[in-house]
Design a protein around this ligand. Structure first.
Ligand code: ZN
Length: 173
């Protein structure tokens, strides 16, 4: 089964202290895990897809969360320690799921991808809803436990359980 690595929302506003919606100190722990996953995927010639939150001013999501990841700002950029290389795919998104209103699905299908390995943040928001849509579309899903996190530790743990028990994702521990 051909696999792609999907790096979710590792952008300035979430990853670095001082970002508009800093996810917290656990971000520093997942960065090296994701660096290893990226290196592994490159060595295995697996496609690497970056999903990036990318909002317009007044986006509906700002009714629930403070404004973040505004298109064209530094906050919306992938952090330099995980910078994509030529040949990687970067897909901006305006909703939690990387599949909603984007060309993620056809991008994966064109590459023959059947399995997604997810890393990034937040476990209970964009990782979870991207995984749910992936399962609806028939992809197998793997989640690297030490490569995902949330500002809410309890929600992180609940999401891992949902991913495993309800969505049938394989949690790599
Ligand atoms: Zn957002």
């Amino acid at each position: 089964m051909k696999r792609a690595l999907v790096v979710v929302d590792m952008i300035e506003d979430f990853v670095h202290e001082g970002g508009a919606l800093y996810c917290g100190p656990s971000m520093a722990r997942i960065v090296p895990v994701i660096q290893e996953e990226i290196a592994r995927a490159r060595a295995a010639a697996e496609p690497i897809v970056y999903l990036t939150d990318n909002h317009l001013p007044g986006d509906a999501e700002f009714q629930m969360f403070p404004p973040h990841a505004l298109a064209g700002t530094k906050g919306a950029e992938i952090v330099p320690e995980l910078a994509p290389l030529k040949g990687d795919v970067v897909i901006p998104k305006r909703r939690y799921s990387g599949f909603f209103g984007t060309d993620l699905d056809i991008t994966l299908r064109e590459r023959g991808v059947e399995t997604l390995r997810l890393v990034g943040d937040c476990t209970n928001i964009c990782v979870l809803y991207t995984a749910a849509d992936a399962r609806n579309l028939g992809y197998a899903v793997e989640v690297v436990e030490k490569g995902v996190t949330s500002f809410d530790e309890e929600a992180h743990r609940n999401a891992l359980r949902e991913l495993e028990r309800t969505l049938g994702a394989k949690i790599l521990r």
